[in-house]
Design a protein around this ligand. Sequence first.
Ligand SMILES: Cc1cc2nc3c(=O)[nH]c(=O)nc-3n(C[C@H](O)[C@H](O)[C@H](O)COP(=O)(O)OP(=O)(O)OC[C@H]3O[C@@H](n4cnc5c(N)ncnc54)[C@H](O)[C@@H]3O)c2cc1C
Length: 413
Amino acid sequence: MSRIVIVGGGVIGLFTAWYLSKKGAEITVIDRGDLTDGCSFGNAGLIVPSHVVPLASPGMLVKGIKNMFNPTSPLAIRMAPDNDLIRWYMRFAGVASASHVEKSIPVLKELSLFSKDLYSDLKESGELDFPLWHKGLLMLYQSAKIGDELLEEAEIARHAGLEVSTLSATEIQRMEFDAKPRVSGGVHYKSDAHLDPSTLMKSLISGLEKSGVTLIRNCALQKVITSGQKAISLETQSGSFQFDQLVITAGFWSTQILKQLRINLDVQPGKGYSFKVQTARPIHYPALLADANVAVTPFGNNRTQFGGGMELGYGGLKIRQMRIKQIIQAIGQFYPSEVDLKIEQEQIWQGHRPCSFDGLPFIGPIPSFQNVFVGTGHSMMGITLAPATGKLLSELLYENKMSLDIKPFRIDR
Ligand SMILES: Cc1cc2nc3c(=O)[nH]c(=O)nc-3n(C[C@H](O)[C@H](O)[C@H](O)COP(=O)(O)OP(=O)(O)OC[C@H]3O[C@@H](n4cnc5c(N)ncnc54)[C@H](O)[C@@H]3O)c2cc1C
């Protein structure tokens, strides 16, 4: 039986373990935390085939440059960039073209719809127990300028074959009556869905443990030992591990691990925040409040999560209160019953999205090693793309027949 070690037990590592366990491999997942402190627990839980336009697009390039030195912008870039961040930004700027967007749309669409189908299969089979809602996603706007951008993106998504409808303020009010009167209009992406990420992760952890996968917590990888074109063992704070195949799914920290193998993966952390509250009135639909880049995810019984912020480049774990204030302000502006929410420090969650330079994930083998594989760089779509990534990696390690072409995600692009 093949022995496989997976480094990093976020949603990507756990789904990789999940699909590999179906193939009968002996799997060990090591994580330097307790499996709850990566990016996968407190995110917005949106499954977003709607996000067909990659982060690396001409529009985002303009926004990025404009907002670079504006500390109040929801999108911020670290003021003291290191060499890795500078290289990431140069590659991002180099690739953010109309032709890259055009090429990426079918690729992202296919991968995310494949992943969404896998979520539906898992839910239907009852193998994993997590709530999955099929209400689509509302993109709401206030300013005409943001409205124009959203309508342009909606047209791109419609052209790509997704089910999209544009909504007037009155139509939105009928669907989400508390959204009046500040919303000018919106777009409903009916192909999107949502889930509660912490419930999904807990269900994955217990499902994996039941199926015999070994999960080792508080075990940080320190060194990868290689021999020729193979990695042969890992040194960790809890001893050494031997394996036949190694999979690196350590979120943005994968870059540090891969440097040991002389691979520069252009992935940067994009920090964001979230918190959950009991709202005064029910919020029915998940939404993105586009003017403020705030995500809204209702989990039932008036329990709603709000999140936002994108601070690019590692700046530590400090919570920027300015961002939390911006999120609270935006909530009051879009949902008048929720003005001036009081959020305690301990309610605030933070996570570092692993952002690839071109907005596509890295899924595949490392060219210079025969037995090392990578799954990271999923940026704002890690929850969306996790089942697909796990399934593709399991196929890559075990079969020659792949469900999808993984060339667009290759490590050496
Ligand atoms: C505010 C916010 C909202 C988001 N909303 C959405 C959304 O609505 N939809 C969506 O699809 N995505 C969303 N995302 C993105 C999504 O959360 C991420 O893409 C995803 O969680 C990344 O998963 P991962 O497994 O790659 O990384 P992580 O979850 O970060 O897991 C990596 C793991 O590796 C471990 N690790 C690191 N270094 C080592 C080491 N040396 N040794 C051992 N273990 C190590 C860490 O402890 C961690 O557990 C959001 C992110 C944020 C921040």
